[in-house]
Design a protein around this ligand. Structure first.
Ligand code: NAD
Length: 216
């Protein structure tokens, strides 16, 4: 079955979430899982699980549950995780360095192959074998290392010019941590990460506890 032509970002996020749940189940040696079980582990309804997965084909046999390894492999393929991705990080500060050190990226197929900064004290440092390059050299380095994704961890004031440079260099997807709205061409995929928004969803839940139930 070919994937649907339109899918919401929240549905894609749920696929990613199922993939991680299945990874844990596979590691625990579980061979099959029911939609009820997957739903309970993921904090969603089983109808939602069945609907999300049905978009991408039929998995397993009715009544027997989903085959864990097969479903996980299919989700990895759907999410583009069955290959490695070369990523550039722009802004070698506190957040940039914490992200660079996160082992989970490498485990899931993301290789940070280029790091850029504007600060002369940081340019030339080596992070685990990756040199911190001058952001002025971004275009050449991105082309040479065949980078397709960028992560922006600069101050907000620099983020748009950095995004422009990434786009100009041919980067096709940007994950922005800077707290400002960036403009990119329609062909470039942009996602913002803002932990304050996540905290606000917690304060919402605490404020309305017992009265409003929020689902994933
Ligand atoms: P930091 O000051 O430690 O690091 C920023 C780095 O960017 C510095 O090394 C600086 O030299 C570099 N830089 C500045 N201008 C640049 C440019 N034009 N090109 C390349 N590098 C440049 O700051 P931080 O604490 O690491 O925070 C980085 C960004 O992440 C900030 O915008 C901050 O608001 C944001 N942030 C977001 C979240 C979130 O949840 N999204 C959480 C924490 C921080």
């Amino acid at each position: 079955m070919s994937p649907p032509r339109h899918i919401s970002d929240s549905a894609v996020r749920r696929l990613s979430h199922y993939q991680r749940l299945l990874e844990d189940l596979e590691a625990a040696g579980v061979a099959t899982v029911s939609s009820d079980d997957l739903a309970e582990r993921g904090g969603m309804t089983s109808a939602q699980v069945r609907k999300d997965l049905s978009h991408f084909g039929s998995f397993g046999k009715r009544g027997l549950g989903y085959p864990v390894a097969e479903l996980r492999a299919r989700l990895r393929e759907i999410l583009g995780l069955d290959r490695r991705w070369r990523v550039a990080l722009v802004g070698a500060g506190r957040l940039g360095s914490a992200l660079f050190q996160y082992e989970g990226f490498r485990r899931q197929g993301f290789d940070v192959v280029a790091v850029f900064d504007v600060d002369a004290r940081k340019i030339g440092l080596r992070w685990d074998g990756v040199a911190v390059d001058d952001v002025a050299d971004l275009a050449a380095v991105v082309a040479e290392r065949e980078v397709r994704m960028g992560i922006v961890t600069t101050p907000a004031a620099a983020a748009q010019e950095v995004a422009d440079a990434l786009v100009e260099a041919g980067v096709e997807a940007i994950l922005n941590f800077a707290p400002r709205t960036l403009e990119v061409p329609a062909a470039v995929t942009l996602r913002d990460v803002n932990l304050v928004v996540e905290l606000e969803s917690l304060t919402f839940a605490l404020t309305h506890r017992g009265r409003i139930v929020t689902t994933r």
